[in-house]
Design a protein around this ligand. Sequence first.
Ligand code: ADP
Length: 407
Amino acid sequence: MRVLVINCGSSSIKYQLLDMKDERPLAKGLLERIGIAGSKLTHKKDDMKLTFERDIADHTEGLSWIISILTSKEDGVIKDVSEIQAVGHRVVHGGELFASSVLIDDRVIKEIEANSFLAPLHNPPNIEGILAAKKILPETPQVGVFDTAFHQSMEEKAYLYAIPRKYYKQYKVRRYGFHGTSHRYVAARTAQIMGKPLKDLKIITVHIGNGASIAAVKFGRSIDTSMGFTPLEGLVMGTRSGDLDPAIVLFLQEQESLSIREVNNLLNKESGMLGLTEGKFSDMRDIEERAIQGDNLCKVAHDVYEYRIAKYIGAYVAAMNGVDAITFTAGVGENSPHLRENVVNKYLGYLGITLDNEKNSKRGQEVFISTPESRTAVLVVPTNEELVIARDTREIVEKGIRELSMF
Ligand code: ADP
């Protein structure tokens, strides 16, 4: 089966076509600047990278263009559109309605729309992508895979905030958590690499990219995660603050006469590593390079970043009453030996971990970075959200079921 995986943003479509015989990506790419002059498509197959430019008005036109390239004689990888046997969509917010991946029909589209008030920037473009695919491939089954679904296993004590309960009832204000597809993949892969059943393990998955979150996965279920009602809570991120005293928001609003939009921008776009480095750097590579050279601003920003990760690991060891494995993933987690070394050596000695420096120097590959004698295993597992979306899509379509039972 060939599955087209689509991830739509407000002005972008990220895609990957996978051959599920060997789970190999045949082609992948990114269309940017939809609805903005100078739309650009970057298309990769094998080792080739091609770029195309053309003005694209909306997601339907964008997806048509992508499919015409996938099927083109010169740059394509399939002969005919009918070779796409299913489409898998990444959908950001499933709210409390979706605890697993589902076959998309009109009712599901309505329910995703109903969740848009929780993710006004993300769900509407996801719906655009679904409608575009329905228009272009009306006979092809489509599946929705939600970023929040894996964390629906959290109990009330983990997902409720201590504010008047009526706001949970009225507006569904609660912890949802995000990056669920990644945490789910990385936890399952960790168990496989360790050669133990997932249902016997307590795993902490540390997804640190531009966005960052951490999850406590106990016996295969997410029992807590650091992102909350929105992706703003938790770890320090590239430009997002992560945790702070909510009274700071009120204080700054008053002091600086900020509107809701301005505060939102401040916390999501001007904070995190960018804020800590006085607006200079949000990319971890820039910060680490300077921190290692002795730049104090970057060093302190890095200290704050790694300290927050260590605190969450401690919290989740407590939440699970122990831990068997800690796994790093995503851009920073997969590629930064420096960050991993600092977190482990400065803060995790109490878990009986000794780092294997040679293995920790590797980037972007599956590896144990703790020594075999360590009481707790520490691993790096590159994440692969597209593969999870494609696998869920295949399973639902092949089995002819409406939804996957995740737990
Ligand atoms: P996103 O959340 O956008 O998917 P990614 O998972 O791609 O983000 O991660 C991007 C982050 O990974 C950036 O901050 C980047 O600096 C960081 N990163 C990539 N390579 C390295 C590296 N070699 N060392 C440190 N950080 C890295």
